[in-house]
Design a binder for this molecule. Structure first.
Ligand SMILES: Cc1cc2nc3c(=O)[nH]c(=O)nc-3n(C[C@H](O)[C@H](O)[C@H](O)COP(=O)(O)O)c2cc1C
Length: 406
């Protein structure tokens, strides 16, 4: 989504200026046209040549450059977004007061595009009342900001003030630039994802191959569309979950193990959420739990399985909320998905295959069919990566729901 966007990256004189080189590199890889502006003090930390090499663009430091005609206005007209990273206490104070005594501060006053400030500094500086007042002021003026990370700082102490993870900054930029959704913006969305685990004894369990990647792909899309997302995650691909967490560290999340735990967590959230998105692969059956490890013998072992509680069917189903569930089938995909749509009384079913080349479970790609409760139309999203599936499916859900809701 950053492809072709003009991103003006302003680097000010903080110790973490070198991290901005990685940020510039990542943004460039994502397709953005990155134009760097550096303060005179930033140049003491990192050479403009480094940014020029990474971004393949000229770097501006001087306001009064004979070769350029009113450079700050040219850049303000060009920018889709301005990102100040790192943003020193000094540039934030200048922005709060409207001082325009160098290239970056002048640009901040003249630009019409969104501005993201990424403050990074020593904890005492960050917590200083004057700085916090300035930060509040720029937020009031409409600047976007990211809360710095907590951890080790260059000055040898530990606390709040670290430059955030690069992925966190990228996630924030994408969120700012993304089209706001008429349906989901500002709405509370709870998403269940991953598989549940049903314990047999203290060391053994029954699980399934769900990775949670489909739920995470949809969670990302809901976040970018402006929703306030909570996730309830069962057993997932931990690498995928960590990647998601790096990009969106502020997202509310809970971990659950069994179908019972998932249902309890979801029931608690249902009351407060506008959209209930049920992507988890919940176990239909569970064994009777043995407190002791079942001893190995030469005999066959028969496990008797009992029905787990019905998660989707067991919700309160308020008419003011939007309920979206998944149906994973290995045969009669559409007929079974229709049955679920009607019997579970949900608004949408996203049906996907569990067998064959286009199976969705565990992998990075999927093919899905969307069914809705208002008409018999089927909307198919061809086999593609799960992020693309989430975009196309939510576009269609928005269209159908906005046209049909009473
Ligand atoms: C070694 C060193 C590291 C610094 N690191 C930071 C920092 O991380 N954050 C910050 O706000 N200021 C930091 N400063 C102070 C700024 O460099 C100083 O406020 C400067 O005036 C900022 O100028 P600028 O905002 O025009 O780039 C540091 C100064 C020095 C000497």
């Amino acid at each position: 989504m950053l492809n072709g966007k003009n991103l003006v990256l302003c680097v000010t004189g903080g110790i973490s200026a070198y991290k901005s080189v990685y940020l510039a590199s990542k943004l460039k890889k994502l397709g953005a046209n990155v134009i760097t502006v550096m303060s005179k003090n930033a140049v003491k930390f990192v050479s403009p040549l480094t940014f020029k090499s990474v971004t393949a663009n000229k770097v501006t430091v001087e306001m009064f450059d004979e070769s350029d005609f009113i450079p700050h206005i040219k850049l303000s007209d060009l920018a889709d977004i301005v990102v100040v990273a790192p943003a020193t206490a000094n540039i934030i104070a200048k922005a709060a007061c409207g001082i325009a005594d160098d290239m970056i501060s002048s640009l901040l006053l003249s630009v019409k595009s969104p501005i993201l400030m990424v403050p990074a500094m020593n904890t005492n500086m960050y917590q200083n009342k004057i700085f916090q007042d300035n930060l509040d002021k720029i937020v009031e003026f409409g600047f976007h900001t990211i809360t710095p990370a907590i951890g080790e700082l260059a000055c040898g102490t530990s606390g709040i003030g670290r430059f955030p993870e690069i992925d966190t900054v990228v996630g924030k930029i994408e969120k700012i630039l993304y089209k706001k959704s008429p349906l989901f913006s500002g709405k509370k969305v709870v998403i269940t994802l991953g598989g549940t685990i049903e314990d047999i004894d203290p060391v053994r369990y029954i699980c399934n191959g769900s990775s949670g990647k489909m739920g995470l792909a949809f969670a990302e899309e809901f976040i970018l569309r402006g929703a306030e997302v909570s996730i309830i995650a069962g057993n997932v691909d931990e690498l995928a979950l960590n990647k998601f967490r790096l990009k969106f560290p502020d997202i509310d999340g809970a971990r659950v193990r069994s179908a019972k735990e998932l249902k309890e967590a979801l029931l608690k959230k249902e009351t407060f959420c506008d959209v209930i998105f049920m992507c988890a692969a919940v176990a239909d059956y569970k064994p009777a739990y043995s407190e002791n490890k079942i001893k190995k013998t030469d005999e066959e072992l028969n496990l008797k399985l009992f029905r787990t509680e019905d998660v989707v069917g067991g919700l309160n189903k308020s008419p003011n909320k939007l309920y979206i569930a998944f149906s994973a089938e290995s045969e009669n995909l559409i007929a079974n998905a229709y049955h679920k749509l009607l019997s579970k009384k949900v608004d949408f079913i996203i049906a996907n295959e569990t067998v064959g080349e286009k199976k969705a479970i565990g992998g990075d790609n999927a093919e899905v069919v969307l069914l809705n409760r208002w008409n018999d139309n089927l909307f198919k999203v061809e086999y593609s990566d799960k992020r693309s599936v989430s975009i196309k499916t939510l576009d269609e859900i928005e269209k159908i729901y906005l046209a049909n809701r009473s």
